[in-house]
Design a protein around this ligand. Structure first.
Ligand code: SF4
Ligand code: SF4
Length: 179
């Protein structure tokens, strides 16, 4: 997390993160007492204000979204996942699990559905992976290719909102009260 912010602060070359700060807002960071969706108080523009300092949590130094992982690996899949700034979402994967998690940018929640992320996810689903989607305070697990295609066609978050279903991550409303 925060590679762009690290290198910018250090005056080094631009990293694969570019100016993205999505994971510094969407993720919960227990060590910083930061709930989901609350932008980190240490963000300074697109830079991490505590880069290199002891209070920067280990999770920040360790985390990379799948776009950055593949870019840094430099193999044949280096361009397989669009940048979160273009896709409006980022992917994360824990080693050894057939599950990928999609964290959707609340500012452009439908963009990922028309991005090259779909071309990456569709074959993954056919190979038996499940997809967890974290979107506007809601969590949804998609375990079949057919359901994946349905989700691409409908805004399920707006539907759940209209039904009055409670949020999975209520802190979303603290940051986006008018949505
Ligand atoms: S979501 Fe990915 S590209 Fe964006 S800041 Fe986090 S690690 Fe970097
Ligand atoms: S401390 Fe905050 S700004 Fe810095 S990398 Fe972690 S989440 Fe991002």
């Amino acid at each position: 997390m925060g590679e762009a912010k690290r290198r910018k602060a250090a005056g080094g070359p631009v990293s694969p993160c570019r100016t993205c700060t999505l994971c510094c807002s969407v993720l919960e960071i227990v060590a910083l007492d930061k709930p989901m969706y609350q932008p980190c108080r240490h963000l300074s523009g697109s830079a991490c204000g505590i880069w290199g300092q002891p209070e920067r949590p280990a999770v920040c130094a360790e985390f990379r979204c799948l776009h950055v992982v593949l870019r840094e690996a430099g193999g044949s899949e280096r361009n397989a996942i669009p940048h979160p700034l273009e896709a409006g979402a980022y992917l994360a994967k824990e080693p050894g699990r057939n599950l990928v998690t999609l964290f959707v940018d609340p500012a452009k929640p439908e963009r990922w559905k028309t991005s090259a992320l779909v071309d990456y996810l569709r074959p993954l689903m056919r190979r038996g992976f499940a997809l967890e989607v974290i979107d506007r305070g809601r969590r949804m697990e998609i375990a079949s290719p057919d359901l994946f295609e349905e989700v691409l066609k409908l805004d399920y978050v707006a539907y759940a909102d209209r039904q009055g279903r409670p949020l999975d991550y209520p802190s979303y409303r603290d940051v986006h009260p008018a949505d």
